[in-house]
Design a protein. Structure first.
Length: 317
């Protein structure tokens, strides 16, 4: 076992990095666990236009680098490893939490902040990975304004797909919705709104089979699942909106989650287990953006700080 930390942060996206920044400024002994590079999905976002302070936007990797450097400047320790399981056990003076890592190591702390994010469900078709951030997107709210007067494609037929398709008509000149069935599965009112929108066209009984483009997205290859006929739809952007999956497996059976696996917590980022906090995309919330993740992270760190100080008997009241 390593020395006891005050706070272990699981996940190095904007929420985790902000939590680390605030925790270290509070002089909490803190370590952040990240299995890859810090930054999360920001790393694969070409330009972020809605993060305050950057009138012309900022490149995703640049923002991730700045956030990482700032947290490190205040003493955040970052360990490259994958968190496999969060556990609970009694220490000498009370509860201690453990985090099992992929290399066989186990870390212990007085509190844990889970900021492991979520992953967008992908199509797994040629061109998708290569053009992610260069036309392929999983967030209309994030990237819609980049496609003013351009033609875009939305893949999906659920509530999120239709809501975002309608949102995209504020910017795009044309939106084509590709859905594998002959009817949509979104709620009726959303269907009515989408069907009434003159900027939206529908491509039913169809699946996307490839995304084309050299440096930027140029089109989507589509196959009719009934006739087998194939065609290409011109598109500068492809929004894959077929759901997201939270990265919460390491806490399964430990904290309360909803039916989709999102961690349930209150406005102070407290989970069902005292001493465990959650922030960012892994928690059940309304809006998943860089700015809300950062806010979550700050709140989680502040809550964890007070929990740790209370555990040590030195909380300022």
């Amino acid at each position: 076992m390593s020395a006891l930390y005050d706070i272990i942060i699981v996940g190095g996206g904007p929420a985790g990095l902000t939590a680390g920044l605030y925790a270290c400024r509070a002089r909490m002994k803190t370590i952040l666990i990240e299995k890859a590079l810090c930054g999360g999905q920001v790393l694969i976002t070409d330009t972020i236009e809605n993060f305050p302070g950057f009138p012309e936007g900022i490149k995703g990797p640049d923002l991730a680098d700045w956030m990482t450097k700032q947290a490190s400047h205040f003493g955040l320790e970052v360990k490259t490893s994958e968190a496999l399981k969060v556990g609970r056990n009694k220490g000498g003076d009370g509860e201690v939490f453990s985090v099992e890592l992929s290399g066989g190591e186990t870390l212990e702390a007085l509190s844990v902040i889970i900021s492991s994010g979520a992953r967008w469900n992908t199509l797994n078709i040629p061109g998708e990975k290569e053009l992610t951030g260069r036309g392929v997107s999983y967030c209309a709210t994030c990237d819609g304004p980049l496609f003013k007067n351009k033609e875009v494609v939305v893949v999906g037929g659920g509530d999120t797909a239709l809501e975002d398709a309608i949102f995209l008509t504020k910017f795009a000149g044309k939106v084509t919705i590709i859905h594998r069935r002959d009817r949509l599965r979104a709620t009726k009112i959303l269907q009515e709104r989408a069907l009434a929108n003159k900027k939206i066209e529908f491509c039913y009984n169809s699946v996307a089979t490839a995304i084309s483009g050299s440096k930027q997205c140029e089109g989507v290859a589509v196959k009719d699942v009934v006739t087998g006929a194939q065609k290409t739809i011109k598109a500068s952007g492809v929004f894959v909106l077929i759901g997201i999956t939270p990265n919460s497996g390491m806490a399964k059976g430990i904290v309360a989650m909803d039916e989709k696996g999102y961690i349930i917590c209150d406005n102070d980022m407290k989970t069902s287990v005292e001493g465990i906090f959650a922030c960012g995309d892994v928690r059940k919330k309304l809006l998943r953006q860089v700015v809300t993740a950062a806010g979550d992270g700050a709140t989680a760190a502040f809550s964890a700080q007070h929990y740790v100080e209370r555990s040590k008997g030195c909380e300022y009241k």
